[in-house]
Every structure is written in structure tokens, then in C-alpha cells.
Write a protein that binds this ligand. Structure first.
Ligand SMILES: [Zn+2]
Length: 172
């Protein structure tokens, strides 16, 4: 990890790591997310190539630093509390993919994920597609739902992080 990222992360462990862009380039830009409310440091660090730094307004952040290609474009270290990480997944791709909103306030991720899984399964049945990325996403959302039922939101974030990467590969 580059030293600037080390300094910005203040040696905290990220809540989760994500790939938010599908891109073969190495990062040239490090976007710094806003500071967390509890004063512990930045909310996230996003490593992007020049093109994706311009094209990713949701990862614009509050400051930009140079990065010397330390990691692939799209790598994100997310330091936000787990609820905020899950909300970010909903905002960035889960809601647009499934139509299921997560604006419920309370922790009802079990319901959100169960509904998302149901929508995707129905779509797959209709399309008769057996070997599509959507199949894998539906399966991983099923895993995320079971983790939510067990109260393991860290594992939910991990599964959704994988889904996010798969969702990037879907045809628009
Ligand atoms: Zn890129």
C-alpha cells in the first residue's frame, strides 16, 4: 500500500474492500472520501485511473492525490460503518439492478436482500438463462441474505462486494 494511503487511513483496518470499476488499467489517482463523523479519519479511499477518476462522480470525494499505479483501477478501501457500506451498495447498484429500495431506516437488510433475490430469480426464470452473471449475482445475494439472517453484516458486505464486481460486468 502506498504511503499516502497509509497516512490517510491512519493505519485503520478497512470495514471492507471493494472493486467499483471494471478496468484493466492501474490507478493514477487516489480520491479521498469525506471524513467520518466520529473523527476516526477518511470514510473511504478510491484508487482510479485518469479516465475513471473523471467518470466516477460518486467517488469524487473531497481531495485528490496522485497514485503511482500501486493497485488496479477501481480498488476501494471502505472505512465507513457497516450500515453505511451496505447503503452505498444499494445506492450504487443494488437498487438500480433489482428495483428494491433500502430507504427503510432500520436494519431490515434481510427483507431487502430477500426481495432482491426474489426479483432476480423471477427474471432468470423468465429469461431461461442458466449460465449468466445474473445467476451468480442471485446466488451471492442469497448468501448475503443468509448472512443478514445470522446478523453477520460484515459477511453481507463481503458478499455484496463480490456482487458489485459481477454487476459491473453485466451488459447495460
Ligand atoms: Zn480505470
Amino acid at each position: 500500500m502506498p504511503s499516502i494511503a497509509q497516512r490517510l487511513s491512519a493505519h485503520r483496518e478497512p470495514t471492507t474492500v471493494r472493486m467499483v470499476v471494471q478496468c484493466p488499467a492501474h490507478a493514477s489517482t487516489l480520491r479521498e472520501g469525506p471524513a467520518l463523523g466520529d473523527g476516526s479519519g477518511v470514510s473511504w479511499l478510491a484508487f482510479l485511473c485518469r479516465v475513471h477518476a473523471e467518470e466516477s462522480p460518486e467517488w469524487a470525494g473531497v481531495a485528490t492525490h496522485a497514485d503511482r499505479g500501486s493497485v488496479p483501477c477501481g480498488s476501494v478501501m471502505d472505512f465507513r460503518p457497516i450500515e453505511q457500506v451496505l447503503r452505498s451498495h444499494a445506492d450504487l447498484w443494488l437498487t438500480s439492478l433489482t428495483g428494491v429500495c433500502a430507504n427503510t431506516g432500520d436494519s431490515v437488510w434481510t427483507d431487502v436482500l430477500a426481495e432482491a433475490e426474489r426479483v432476480l430469480r423471477a427474471r432468470l426464470t423468465q429469461a431461461g438463462a442458466e449460465d449468466s452473471p445474473l445467476q451468480s449475482i442471485a446466488m451471492m445475494i442469497g448468501l448475503a441474505r443468509r448472512s443478514a439472517e445470522l446478523g453477520d453484516l460484515g459477511q453481507v458486505a463481503s458478499s455484496l462486494g463480490y456482487c458489485e464486481m459481477l454487476a459491473l460486468g453485466l451488459e447495460p
